[in-house]
Design a protein around this ligand. Sequence first.
Ligand SMILES: [Zn+2]
Length: 273
Amino acid sequence: MILIIGCNQKTNKPVKEKKQETRQNPVIKRIAELKAAGYEIVDYHAHLKGGLSMEELLDLSKKTGIDYGIAFNAGVGFPITDDVTLLANYNRYKDYPVYIAMQAEGREWVDMFSKENVSTFDYVFTDAMTWTDKKGRRMRLWIPEEVFVDDKDDFMDQLVGKIVGVMEDEPIDMYVNSTFLPEVLQPDYDNLWTNERMDKVINAAIANNIAIEINARYKIPSETFIKRAKAAGSKFSMGTNNTDKNLGTLDYAIEMIDECGLEPNDFFKPVKK
Ligand SMILES: [Zn+2]
């Protein structure tokens, strides 16, 4: 590739410089080092969204060294609402060299799909971004118009209760978009995620053998949370939750490996079925 990097000021002719095909991104370099040291670098929360094809994703994987788990959203209001559509998606993609995941949505999914079909997937995950509060208001926390915060602490206590409930009641391998707060509460993240609240989530994850996602898009959970969870013996996963073609390079998760001293054994490892 020839890049024009400026003009020679005396001759006014373009100055050309030969560059390598891919300029080395420091995160990609760090990913290669981590893999050499025994880490599996997998984005377990990738979606074929925004027109992203499996072929494009595999090309990207070659460039970055990141492996992928492709997740299909299933639940009320999503394209997959029954066993037939659930299995059709699995069968369409199962032979590709990626993990195939079910992203269970809302709280109703447990009764919508058979256990047998759910267990076909390499792993299953959900988040606690969709729930109904004690006044009966169904919220999707990423949509500001659907969020109701009458009192911050009361909201947090309900949220933590929902997260723990999801972990205790739903057969999942991974809790994603971990510790996500609606936009209105994000500036207070560090104050609202008190030690007591963090510990309730961490303890429930460990008790139910559920990995906690380090999410690269939202840059959550905080470093404080991750260090606390590691000290308690929690397992982690890395994920992006892309909404378009831009999958990035797991930058925040890679940064947290170094900042929090995470080791290969601290990470969740599914078995490819
Ligand atoms: Zn997702």
